[in-house]
Design a protein around this ligand. Structure first.
Ligand code: ADP
Ligand code: 5GP
Length: 223
């Protein structure tokens, strides 16, 4: 019989970072490595880009349809970014967590703050580009946005980078494999948190020690 019983619920992992920092690329790799992770598909009113797959990268709706969904209380959170709506559907999230799946939300900083209020125990990871120059170069090379849209995203990027201290972790995306390994390590370390312990069973005795074991008194060296 194991000594500890840990909480088997999944976690909510919020991933933010400026456009072109590599969030999507890193999350793709993390999902490949972790079959237990599930990426929430957001709804957006932004135009479809060449590399988008409707229903996979986003659920695309018109502005009016999005506003209808807001009225129906369909979203856990939503925000306007660069002139378009983006929102996280409530549907599925609780079921996935209860089933032990880790739920990844790839959302911008205001949405992340709203999630912090709703789910304080969520894990907040900020993906940082190695430099502003590299971020600009990657966004241009991606080739999915007009120059006007790219400039709009650069402006937002400066505000976003200033919010990094509101996150639990920052991962600089210089070498992709290293950045992916860091995110995977964060997910792994989070599973080992002491506050995931629900019960402790000692020496196969009948005795079951509950949360009280974790009381500070147990670690008081002066005794
Ligand atoms: P975001 O989702 O944050 O907007 P993407 O994941 O789309 O960013 O990445 C932007 C561009 O940068 C893509 O073309 C991607 O292939 C590239 N990219 C991402 N990470 C790296 C990296 N570590 N090194 C080089 N190019 C990268
Ligand atoms: P993009 O247009 O590049 O796909 O996304 C623009 C921004 O919207 C990114 O910062 C992305 O993380 C964010 N975003 C995507 N989905 C959501 C969502 O459901 N809610 C919020 N608040 N932001 C989102």
């Amino acid at each position: 019989m194991s000594i500890i019983k840990q909480n088997q619920r999944g976690s909510v992992i919020v991933i933010s970072g400026p456009s072109g920092s590599g969030k999507g690329t890193i999350i793709d790799q993390v999902l490949k490595k972790n079959p237990n992770c599930w990426l929430s598909v957001s709804t957006t009113s932004r135009p479809i880009r060449t590399n988008d797959i409707p229903g996979v990268t986003y659920n695309f709706v018109t502005k009016a349809e999005f506003e209808e969904k807001i009225k129906e209380n369909y979203f856990l959170e939503y925000n306007n970014y660069a002139g378009n709506y983006y929102g996280t559907p409530k549907e599925f999230i609780n079921k996935k967590i209860e089933a032990g799946m880790d739920v990844i939300l790839e959302i911008e900083i205001n949405g992340a703050q709203n999630i912090k209020k709703l789910i304080p125990e969520a894990i907040f990871i900020f993906i940082m580009p190695p430099s502003i120059e590299i971020m600009k170069e990657r966004l241009r090379n991606r080739g999915t946005d007009s120059e006007e849209k790219i400039l709009e995203r650069f402006k937002i990027a400066y505000q976003e980078i200033n919010e990094v201290t509101k996150y639990n972790y920052v991962v600089v995306n210089d070498k992709l494999e290293e950045a992916v390994e860091k995110v995977n390590s964060i997910l792994l370390a989070e599973k080992c948190r002491v506050d995931r312990i629900e019960e402790v069973f000692l020496n196969n005795k009948e005795e079951t020690i509950h949360e009280g074991l974790l009381d500070n008194k147990q670690f008081d060296n002066s005794k």
